[in-house]
Design a protein around this ligand. Structure first.
Ligand code: ZN
Length: 238
C-alpha cells in the first residue's frame, strides 16, 4: 500500500513554494515604503522652504496693515493740527506726526527687505520642488517594477492555491489537520524525512531506532521526539 504521508509530503512541497511567494508579496509594501523613505530628506527640506515662505508672507501682510494704520494716524493728526488753538499745540502735532512718519519709513524699509526675502524664498521652494520631482522620477521605475511583481505574484499565488487545494483533497483529513497545525507552528516543515544515519530531517537529532522503523510503516504516523515534526522514511529513496 502507498504511504499516507506520500501525498502530504508532496503537498508540503507545494505549500513551501506558496509560502515563499506569499511572504514575498507581503513584503512588497514595506520595500516600497523603504524606497519612498529615500525621499523624506528632500520632502522635509521642501516643507521647511514652504514654511519659511509662508512665514515671510504673513509678516509682510502684518507690516502692510501696520503701515496702513499708521498712515491713518498721520491723517488724523494732520486734521487735528489744522484745528490747533495754540502754537504749542501745533508744534506738539508736528512732533507726533514726525515720529509716526519715521515709524512708517522704518517699516517700509523692512518691507522692501521682506519682499526680497520672499523672492528668494520662492526661488528656494521652486528649486527644492524640482529636486524632489527628479528624485520621484528616479524611484518611479523601481516602484513600478514592484507593483508589477506584486500583480504577478497575486495571480501566481491564486493559481498555486487552487492547485494546492486540489492536492489537499487527496490527503487523509486527520493527517492533513495535523500537518497544517505543525506547519503553522514550525513555519518551515511539518513532515521531514529520516536522514541517513537515522537523524531527524528537521532538527537533526538522532532518532530512536523504533521511530526510524515506524516512520517507514504506512500504518503508523510518528513524530520526532525532539521537535515534534512528523518523520517519514519512504523506502524507495535514492
Ligand atoms: Zn526533529
Amino acid at each position: 500500500m502507498s504511504h499516507p504521508l506520500e501525498p502530504i509530503y508532496a503537498l508540503q512541497k507545494k505549500d513551501r513554494k506558496l509560502i515563499k511567494l506569499m511572504r514575498e508579496l507581503r513584503d512588497i509594501p514595506q520595500r516600497k515604503s523603504d524606497i519612498e523613505a529615500q525621499l523624506s530628506g528632500s520632502k522635509k527640506k521642501l516643507e521647511m522652504a514652504l514654511d519659511s515662505r509662508k512665514h515671510t508672507e504673513a509678516t509682510l501682510k502684518e507690516q502692510e496693515l501696520e503701515v496702513a494704520s499708521l498712515k491713518e494716524k498721520v491723517t488724523k493728526y494732520k486734521n487735528q493740527q489744522m484745528e490747533a488753538q495754540t502754537n504749542e499745540q501745533y508744534r506738539a502735532f508736528v512732533k507726533e506726526i514726525g515720529t509716526v512718519e519715521d515709524e512708517i519709513k522704518a517699516l517700509e524699509e523692512k518691507e522692501i527687505q521682506l519682499m526680497e526675502n520672499l523672492e528668494s524664498g520662492k526661488a528656494i521652494v521652486a528649486e527644492r520642488e524640482e529636486k524632489l520631482g527628479g528624485e520621484k522620477a528616479g524611484i518611479a521605475d523601481e516602484l513600478a517594477e514592484l507593483d508589477e511583481r506584486a500583480e504577478y505574484l497575486q495571480e501566481k499565488i491564486e493559481g498555486m492555491k487552487a492547485d494546492r487545494n486540489r492536492a489537499a483533497a487527496g490527503c487523509d483529513k486527520a493527517l492533513l489537520q495535523k500537518y497544517s497545525r505543525i506547519l503553522n507552528n514550525k513555519k518551515d516543515f511539518a513532515v521531514v524525512l529520516v536522514e541517513p544515519g537515522g537523524h531527524c530531517g528537521g532538527c537533526h537529532m538522532k532518532l530512536p531506532p523504533q521511530v526510524t522503523n515506524d516512520a517507514r510503516n504506512p500504518t503508523k504516523i510518528v513524530a520526532c521526539n525532539f521537535c515534534g515534526r512528523i518523520v517519514y522514511n519512504p523506502p524507495e529513496r535514492g
